[in-house]
Design a protein around this ligand. Structure first.
Ligand SMILES: Cc1cc2nc3c(=O)[nH]c(=O)nc-3n(C[C@H](O)[C@H](O)[C@H](O)COP(=O)(O)OP(=O)(O)OC[C@H]3O[C@@H](n4cnc5c(N)ncnc54)[C@H](O)[C@@H]3O)c2cc1C
Length: 488
């Protein structure tokens, strides 16, 4: 259906088209619709315009033009985020990185790679396979999420327990700031003096600038890998096993837990051999030399038997190992068997408090009459209570929000935090004040203002409403939804 350009956008669309080519400036409703969502259940605002630039210079040009016209900029990678970060809170220009997916350089001796931000996570490790190297952060979304998005969210993943989260693997970044200037921060030289600006940028959720090139650390592929499924008849024993494994000095490459209903849902979907009647299962992966694997295997066998695991099964071959992982990585999709909509939390708790917080999630599920399935990174205490519901049920949204809030408060009460890896975005923005006092938040706003004094970059995200949200000039339907705390 032919559409005419709204007069208030005509000049902007023409200017952006001159900068990057008209076919890379999207403004028709049907082109904009897919940018209204990310992986969360939030329904925010449709962007006014989406641009798909191909280089740092084009991003700089786009940012200058849009900011001068008073439009906020929202960076977007794979759109798999779970906290609404890549979706405009109230209109603006979405800058997508889908034309910036190249590996620009690999240095196998230094074990580094320079990549564009739109590169899909797994594609980097596939590219570096000939050198027997890989990019260690492995979010479960790694087949669709980008290195730019992983950096912006400081993503984690099952193997981050041993190898560290994204911030430990980013060595340099080029970033376009809100005024269109280009900043390059490089920490490849060891022990650099001065402020850790790269540390500030990683995890900043697109609120400080748009990252256009990233140098990452590459990790050697392990010599050997062994994956176990430990099966438990009660949750407490499984949680105690997690704490004991780490306390005994074993740092598995990954230590994941599935509990309760989640196990059966995953099994029905993936047929990985998970027992349908278990109360909890642990997916334990160790890696290293033959001697290291032998030593860790003995210790894991001892601990699992001490905590009365019903069975400890080792994957016999690569096919079985992949099946076990397919269950874990496909867990979110598998849970759609129970209810069509989800909201996922990712609070973190000290490992020693896992049992009591998991117990609480069960009580919350009963109290709020929602399903909650826990499938999570147990080794680092990063819970992922998956709240499942059907939005057609009256009142369910309020109950799901209440459940989510109860769990976040409990995570803070036991000394944890409201997010381990999914970021704050807009979804958890107002809960930041549960964790930080007004002075802390003021300091964060000041820091943000050093990069972006007017709040052009991804406004209304990460830090509770303040000056940055006052600058939005295009608040439309979303403002209502936000005010109502709407998700769907
Ligand atoms: C099924 C599923 C499983 C998941 N599992 C995990 C998991 O195990 N661990 C985990 O950490 N997360 C997980 N996530 C969440 C999500 O995949 C991660 O947060 C991921 O890092 C987002 O990457 P993306 O490319 O999709 O970014 P997007 O969703 O597009 O954007 C996320 C944020 O990054 C910003 N951004 C994107 N690109 C840039 C850039 N170039 N410069 C500046 N800012 C930018 C956006 O503005 C936004 O704030 C999962 C999501 C799903 C749907």
């Amino acid at each position: 259906m032919p559409q005419t350009i709204a007069p208030e956008f005509a000049t902007l669309i023409a200017d952006l088209g001159r900068a990057i080519g008209p076919k890379y400036v999207l403004w028709r409703v049907e082109e904009l619709m897919m940018y209204e969502f990310d992986g969360s259940a939030l329904d925010l605002a449709r962007p006014d315009i989406v641009v798909v630039p191909a280089s740092t210079a084009e991003i700089a040009a786009v940012v200058k033009i849009a900011a001068a016209a008073g439009f906020p900029i929202v960076p977007r990678g794979g759109g798999t985020g779970l906290s609404g970060g890549s979706v405009p809170a109230a209109g603006g220009v979405v800058v997508a990185t889908s034309r910036m997916q190249k590996v620009l350089h690999v240095d196998p001796v230094a074990r580094t790679a320079i990549v564009q931000p739109g590169l899909i996570n797994t594609e980097l490790s596939e590219y570096t396979l000939p050198w027997n190297l890989h990019f260690a952060p492995d979010p479960s979304s790694q087949k669709a999420s980008t290195i730019g998005g992983n950096s912006a969210e400081n993503a984690g993943g099952p193997h981050c327990l041993k190898y560290g989260i994204t911030t430990n693997h980013v060595l340099a970044a080029t970033m376009v700031l809100a005024d269109g200037s280009i900043l390059h921060i490089d920490t490849t030289a060891p022990d650099r003096p001065g402020y850790d600006l790269l540390g500030v940028i990683v995890g900043s959720e697109g609120t400080l600038g748009m990252v256009t090139e990233i140098t990452v650390r590459l990790t050697p592929n392990p010599e050997g890998v062994k994956t176990f499924l430990a099966i438990f008849d009660d949750l407490d024993s499984a949680s105690d096993t997690v704490s004991a494994i780490i306390a005994q000095g074993v740092i598995p490459a990954a230590l994941e837990m599935l509990e309760g209903q989640g196990i059966a849902l995953v099994e029905q979907s993936v047929h990985a051999g998970y027992p349908l009647d278990a109360q909890a299962v642990l997916l334990i992966e160790i890696d290293g030399t033959d001697e290291e694997i032998e030593d860790q295997t003995a210790r894991i066998e001892y601990i699992c038997s001490h905590f009365e695991a019903r069975e400890l099964r080792a994957a016999k071959d690569e096919e079985q190992r992949k099946k076990l992982w397919a269950g874990r990585k496909g867990a979110l999709a598998a849970c759609a068997r129970l209810a069509p909509h989800y909201h996922i939390q990712d609070g973190v708790v000290p490992r020693s408090r896992l049992t009591e917080v998991l117990q609480l999630t069960r009580e919350v599920a009963k109290r709020q009459r929602v399903h909650i399935v826990n499938i999570f990174h147990a080794g680092d205490g990063n819970l992922h209570p998956l709240i499942l519901f059907d939005i057609r049920e009256p009142g369910i949204i309020d109950r799901a929000i209440a459940a989510s809030e109860e769990i976040m408060r409990e995570c803070i009460r036991v000394g944890g935090s409201i997010s381990g890896e999914h970021g704050i975005g807009i979804e958890k923005r107002d809960y930041m004040s549960l964790l930080f006092n007004e002075d802390d938040l003021w300091a964060m706003r000041q820091m943000r203002a050093c990069f972006d004094a007017v709040g052009v970059m991804n406004p209304c995200k990460l830090i509770p409403t303040g000056a940055s949200c006052g600058d939005i000039k295009h608040a439309r339907g979303a403002a209502k939804a936000l005010a109502a705390g709407a998700w769907i």
